[in-house]
Design a protein around this ligand. Structure first.
Ligand SMILES: [Zn+2]
Length: 476
């Protein structure tokens, strides 16, 4: 029996994934979910990446019109991209290109390899990019993806020390976003019990922690702060609860020292994080290991080198960044039959490192973890900075409230200025607090910002995802 090229390339792709799948159902040892993959030699990891990449490009060409058009436009054949070294021939795919495709080909776009017949046969769930701006991009996944997704996340969660006997409280709206669902599915696959925390307010959630004593909290960093404060308002101490681990995703936290310390002190718990994106890495890409928080204060996150190819590129030229140099993250996803993107520009600044990790894993690490997407970069009078750098400066001052706001505006004489609005008990005589914040911020991003010290409780409380920046400058 003959089959069409789309079917044949899909079958070959799936056979390749199956060939390199190990320890799918249960962990191989106490230390690693998959000893042989998590501690594989760099040569073996590269060989697996190459084998998967060689099967991926024909599959993409035959099953995604977006990719076929791109190959044809670039004058490349799928066989031109067979190894990790070949990847540089392929310009990175960015979000705007995907959005244009989604607009031109509603409602699903053509950038995925999901078809209506696969969806009818083994469709699992649809997810959507959470981007606050632009056209939402949707991603339909199959049950085949679900299994590979569970496996990938299980490996990461195991590295964070999630084990049977734990109970994880997952605080999420359970909307079409990958993070909470991915953790939910993977913990279920691992046999770790969960408490779904959707559809209730902070007080109800605080009472669940106190009453049912979960050992882990899964939420955004903003929510972990909010829930801890809610608990304090109820007269309880989050540091004395059963929570030992806080797994965060959706916003940077691990890479911002003051935020990391604030969360860990508030809950007297260890912070671990998931890093990824909806487009290329529905399961996590980066994750914390036992050695993620170094004694010297340095932090890192592992990437998953046998199921994704992570690179960094120069922010301006998009040419590959050298090893150890700061660049923007790019991901080729080798672990999906529905959304296996080729060099998708995820766009967080970090530094990749291949030196051995104290935990024994051989997969490369993002040093300093992640502090935000390039899209979020602020530019004030030519000086570029991350909101995370400002957050670090603001939160390093003792007594500062959790909420703060960055307001950028243009003065009457045309000068762009930044005002930081913070909360502190000394709002009546704010001089020294304001000066301290100015100095901390100036030390981190060489910018002069004015500081407005407000009475605690003035700024709106953030629940799930913080909106810190208000930019009222007129765009020319
Ligand atoms: Zn490690």
């Amino acid at each position: 029996m003959t089959s069409s090229r789309p079917e044949a390339t899909r079958r070959h792709w799936r056979e390749t994934l199956d060939r390199y799948r190990r320890d799918f159902e249960r962990p191989a040892s106490d230390k690693y979910w998959s000893d042989s993959l998590d501690t594989a030699s760099r040569d073996e990891l590269t060989a697996i990446q190459n084998a998967k990449l060689a099967a991926l490009t024909p599959f993409l060409y035959e099953n995604s019109d977006f990719y076929r058009r791109r190959f044809d436009r670039l004058g490349l054949a799928p066989t031109d991209l067979r190894t990790v070294e070949d990847l540089a021939k392929w310009p990175v795919v960015d979000k705007t290109e995907m959005m244009a495709d989604a607009l031109a080909h509603p409602p699903y776009g053509t950038y995925t390899t999901m078809s209506d017949s696969v969806w009818a046969d083994r469709g699992w769930m649809m997810f959507s990019s959470s981007g606050s701006s632009g056209v939402p991009r949707v991603f339909r996944y199959s049950h085949y993806d679900r299994q590979y997704w569970e496996w990938a996340n299980a490996r990461a969660l195991y590295a964070m020390n999630f084990r049977r006997g734990d109970t994880a409280f997952i605080v999420s709206g359970y909307g079409p976003h990958c993070f909470a669902w991915g953790v939910q599915q993977a913990l279920t696959h691992m046999g770790v019990a969960t408490l779904p925390g959707g559809g209730m307010d902070g007080k109800a959630r605080a009472n669940i922690v106190l009453r049912f004593r979960p050992t882990a909290l899964v939420c955004t960093p903003s929510y972990a702060l909010y829930l801890g404060r809610t608990m304090q308002e109820l007269g309880a101490d989050p540091a004395k609860t059963s929570i030992k681990t806080i797994l965060v995703g959706g916003e940077p936290a691990m890479g911002i020292r003051a935020t990391r310390e604030r969360l860990q002190e508030l809950w007297s718990a260890r912070l671990v994080e998931f890093y990824g994106c909806t487009e290329a890495a529905p399961h996590c890409g980066g994750y914390s290991c036992p050695a993620s928080q170094g004694a010297d204060g340095g932090v890192s996150a592992h990437l998953m080198d046998d199921i994704q190819i992570w690179e960094t590129v120069d922010a301006e030229t998009k040419a590959p960044a050298g090893e150890g140099e700061i660049g923007l993250t790019v991901c080729t996803c080798l672990n999906s039959e529905s959304s296996p993107q080729l060099r998708f520009l995820v766009g967080d600044y970090t530094r990749l490192d291949r030196s051995p990790c104290a935990c024994g894993r051989t997969h490369q690490r993002a040093l300093g973890s992640f502090v935000g997407r390039a899209d979020d970069l602020l530019n004030l009078r030519g000086i570029k900075m991350y909101p995370a750098q400002i957050e670090e400066g603001v939160r390093s001052v003792p007594g500062i409230g959790d909420e703060y706001e960055i307001v950028i505006s243009t003065t009457g004489d045309g000068l762009d200025v930044m005002v930081l609005r913070v909360e502190h008990a000394e709002h009546g005589s704010p001089g020294s607090v304001a000066e301290r914040i100015m100095a901390e911020v100036r030390a981190r991003c060489e910018i002069r910002a004015d500081v407005e010290v407000l009475k605690p409780g003035t700024l709106p409380k953030t629940e799930f995802k913080a909106k810190r920046v208000r930019d009222t400058r007129k765009k020319s």
